[in-house]
Design a protein around this ligand. Structure first.
Ligand code: C2O
Ligand code: CU
Ligand code: CU
Length: 446
């Protein structure tokens, strides 16, 4: 859906059916389609009128993950769209071009609602990617890939029954879905192709490689383009994150996008049994080169003109954030929404955890206990200052809004939009079962 000229788009959350495996239909949800939602295209500096209608029989919300918009249109858990209602936020977008996304954010229900299909991708564009030498032909050499894992029962129905390990560590499926499809192959031209990767899974962390070890040229992170491409052999993609990479198919060879097993299992693998990261990589998506297809891009550009994060940390307000889980048998005795916490407190809709100001630079030291947690902040893009006291990994050197915390990281940001106490911003773990379970907080920006 191209809203760059019209300045408006509409989405209706609705129930549908999908036969993912050819064995029988699953009940699914989507926006304007049976499963997931359309890719939306917005100008990166625009005011877009959105219209979100809810034709389901339970309340939802739609959060624009990665859009730097004020709290009153952010679509968090305080902005429910009741069945039969329409929510009409105007989105004042003014940020660099990027691949962002939208998904339901109903407290306590997010994991299940996203699992059912309430998610989609949003491209912010300035129309200059051709000049940058980046592929732009949607679905041809510019592929948007939503990675999700699911489980199916004997009848081929998608199932979301949380076992005890799932409740603690987040849901893991055994079947890969790319853009809602199982077993698809991407057909690509014999040139340079752009992949916009979104991890829309509830909990799985992918470690992506290409089967013949050719490099992925990283050109964009969550919140925008890099200043120049970075060649990577492996890319870690945690829930909520987006990365844009270029892959060169110029030699005409087919290749598969692979992932290692979920790296979050290693730390507690022994304990949870059988969910460890050992085991061979699995196929995420095979690519087949169509030598007859017209080729538009033949080389990876040297520079992209994106901005390198730069912010003065000297007057930063400092905060320490610890992502906690209550472990051991006691954990399961707790109510589901109180099993996880931030700085020892489970999310409370009625409590604002802190307040900051528009223009204030903030430095947050974020620590993860027990396992890795993808940490996301609403209403801002941030720079990663360090990871475990070292310079950030190459893939974390661009603008981010979600970062996988494996130990400790320092992030630096400046809020540019207000969020009142009544409609605050969220910060949380993007393992959706953790978020629903209390690993979330909220803050106002005044
Ligand atoms: Cu993608 Cu607060 O979420
Ligand atoms: Cu968000
Ligand atoms: Cu978590």
């Amino acid at each position: 859906v191209d809203a760059t000229n019209s300045g408006r788009f509409a989405l209706t959350a609705q129930a549908g059916q999908m036969d993912f495996l050819g064995r029988g239909a699953s009940k699914t949800w989507g926006f304007d389609q049976p499963f997931l939602g359309p890719t939306l295209r917005l100008h990166h500096q625009s005011e877009t009128a959105a219209e979100v209608s809810n034709a389901l029989d339970e309340a939802i919300s739609v959060h624009w993950h990665g859009l730097v918009v004020p709290g009153d249109v952010d679509g968090g858990p305080h902005q429910l769209v009741q069945p039969g209602q329409t929510w009409s936020p105007v989105l004042p977008v003014d940020q660099p071009p990027a691949t962002v996304w939208y998904h339901s954010h109903t407290h306590g229900m997010t994991a299940r609602q996203v699992q059912m299909g309430l998610a989609g991708v949003l491209h912010l564009t300035d129309g200059q990617d051709d000049a940058r030498g980046l592929p732009t032909d949607y679905g041809v050499d510019d592929l948007t890939l939503v990675l999700q894992d699911r489980r199916f029962d004997q009848e081929g129905r998608m199932s979301y029954d949380l076992s005890m390990p799932d409740q603690m560590m987040g849901f893991l499926g055994d079947t890969m879905l790319v853009n809602g499809q199982v077993g698809a192959t991407a057909v690509v031209p014999k040139g340079v192709v752009r992949l916009r990767l979104l991890n829309g899974s509830n909990a799985r962390i992918y470690t992506l490689t290409l089967s013949d070890s050719r490099p992925m040229h990283l050109v964009g992170t969550d919140a925008g383009l890099l200043d120049r491409p970075i060649a990577l052999d492996e890319l870690t993609l945690a829930p909520g994150e987006r990365y844009e990479v270029l892959v060169d198919f110029g030699a005409g060879q087919d290749v598969s996008l692979l992932s290692g097993q979920n790296i979050n299992e290693g730390m507690m693998g022994g304990m949870m049994g059988g969910r460890g990261p050992s085991g061979p990589p699995f196929e995420v998506l095979p690519f087949a080169v169509d030598s007859a297809a017209p080729v538009r891009m033949t080389r990876v550009p040297d520079s992209l003109g994106g901005s390198r994060p730069k912010m003065d940390a000297s007057n930063a307000a400092e905060r320490h954030i610890t992502l906690d889980m209550a472990m051991g048998p006691g954990m399961m005795m707790r109510r589901a929404e109180n099993r996880f916490s931030i700085n020892g407190e489970a999310f409370d809709m009625t409590k604002i955890n802190f307040s900051t100001q528009v223009g204030q630079v903030e430095k947050w030291t974020v620590s993860a206990n027990m396992m890795m947690h993808p940490f996301h902040v609403h209403g801002v893009m941030f720079q990663v200052l360090s990871e475990n006291g070292q310079a950030p990994a190459p893939q974390n050197t661009g603008w981010k809004d979600t970062i996988l915390i494996n130990g400790q990281a320092e992030i630096l940001m400046r809020f540019t939009r207000p969020a009142a106490e009544a409609l605050p911003y969220m910060f949380h773990c993007h393992i959706l079962e953790h978020e629903d379970g209390g690993m979330m907080g909220q803050f106002s920006v005044v």
